[in-house]
Design a protein around this ligand. Structure first.
Ligand code: C6P
Length: 426
């Protein structure tokens, strides 16, 4: 594969290397009860935030309060508890709208997570709009969730899946994107931030160029929303998806944002209760979005918990979170680079808090296991991004990923634990 290789420049913190002044990480850590836990008798160093994040007390309490005091189904009951649950559920939709900068709360659909959001678009908008001979463009760094649903659709429709290649730093090759984008391209589906490499993709430019060619754009924001501020109107993306559990919220809940006109034109995803305005055996009429896409009793507690998580992140401030994590990233790159034999995978100039690495012949699962014995939780494997691993001709990486509660001391613990791995295999 022909690639353009740029020399690696470490990611620059957005605040010129200064730690954010008002950001008190010690205070933040007190909000997360799990961080006081010990594993194997050692203090927990949790560096697996790209897999899932820990939950602040405000989220745990929001879940508990719902189940303890107003557990009820929504949109159905006339009794007080149901009204309270419905109000909290719909208030969370407005929180998500504001969080993403969407024009209208009706553009926010609750899903099970990023995966379901992408499948929803593939099975509704995709089935309606993609025909034989059309093309869907993804990138070489996509998570399987942003590959397989499009592969399935292409197979069904006789369309073609095309892949934008990446260079040795893990950045999209711009010229290749321009070459691959044609009037046949119906959709560009791209990660905002890569889970395996940390690369932040220039989605603003991708969206603009794709629109000029007449293609729609879906952005997989699973790894971006916890780390950088997103404004879907400024971006002008057609669809944006993310998962609650990666942004300090519960599992099993996520968001699909879609432009209202698009959502309104799409057929429903699943049929059932709450998505209809009337049903007879002859004909069913559907509700308008977002309810058209929320069949059955939803994950009410999850939605309420996600609302609390978005409040938490908003109150903490995404600008400060990004600056804190960039400081840790630069520090982490420096610390890991000092370790002989360690190879960083993903060295893009614009990167979020992901430190993927290999240690020569030592298998990443062994690295992960030895780190775990020292209290350091990371992920080892292909990170559900096998094509990225293939691109770098490796089976797997060890991946430390940052969250807002991590500290420089934890990076030091990571580096110390990695050195221990090398000693064990010496
Ligand atoms: N990545 C990781 O360890 P779900 O499973 O639906 O919450 O998220 C899927 C998903 C989609 N896109 C990206 C970029 C992702 O990183 C993920 C989840 C986790 O990297 C679990 S595999």
């Amino acid at each position: 594969m022909k690639t353009k290789v740029k020399p690696h420049k470490p990611a620059k913190p957005s605040n010129n290397g200064k730690r954010p002044a008002g950001f008190d990480v010690a205070k933040i850590r007190k909000d997360f009860p799990i961080l006081k836990e010990k594993v194997h008798g050692r203090p927990l160093v949790y560096l697996d935030n790209a897999a899932t994040t820990q939950k602040p007390l405000s989220v745990i309490e929001a879940l508990e309060s719902y189940y303890r005091t107003y557990n009820s189904n929504i949109h159905r009951g006339v009794h007080l508890l149901s009204v309270k649950a419905t109000d909290a559920y719909e208030a969370a939709r407005v929180k998500a709208q504001k969080f993403l900068g969407a024009a209208d709360a009706r553009e926010i659909i609750f899903t099970r997570g990023a995966t379901e959001g992408i499948n929803l678009v593939a099975q509704t908008w995709g089935r309606q709009n993609v025909k034989a001979g059309d093309e869907i463009l993804v990138t070489n760094m996509e998570h399987h969730s942003n590959i397989v649903p499009w592969q399935m659709l292409c197979e069904e429709k006789g369309a073609t899946l095309k892949v934008i290649p990446i260079n040795d730093a893990g950045e999209l090759i711009k010229d290749e994107f321009h070459r691959l984008l044609t009037p046949r391209t119906k959709l560009v589906a791209v990660a905002h931030v890569s889970n395996a490499l940390g690369t932040v993709n220039p989605i603003d430019k991708i969206i603009r160029v794709a629109h000029e060619m007449g293609a729609k754009v879906l952005v997989d924001g699973a790894q971006s929303v916890p780390h950088l501020a997103v404004d879907v109107q400024a971006l002008d993306c057609d669809f944006y998806v993310f998962s609650g559990h990666k942004i300090y919220g519960p599992t099993g809940i996520g968001i699909l944002y879609g432009k209202y006109a698009l959502l309104d034109s799409m057929p429903p995803y699943q049929g059932g209760g709450d998505m209809i305005s009337s049903v007879t055996f002859e004909k069913t009429l559907y509700k308008k979005p977002p309810h058209k896409f929320e069949a059955g009793t939803p994950h009410i507690a999850g939605v309420i918990g996600l609302g609390a998580a978005l409040d938490y992140v908003t109150q903490t401030g995404l600008g400060d979170i990004a600056a804190h994590e960039q400081d840790l990233l630069v520090y982490g790159i420096q610390k890991l680079k000092e370790i002989q034999g360690l190879q960083l995978v993903g060295t893009a100039a614009h990167k979020a808090g992901v430190l993927s690495f290999t240690l020569g012949e030592i298998h990443p699962h062994d690295i992960g296991t030895i780190l775990d014995r020292q209290g350091v939780a990371i992920r080892a494997g292909h990170h559900c991004a096998q094509p990225v691993m293939e691109r770098f001709r490796i089976p797997a990486t060890a991946r430390a990923s940052l969250g807002l509660y991590n500290t420089r001391e934890e990076i030091d613990a990571l580096a110390k634990a990695v050195k221990k791995v090398i000693e064990v295999f010496r």
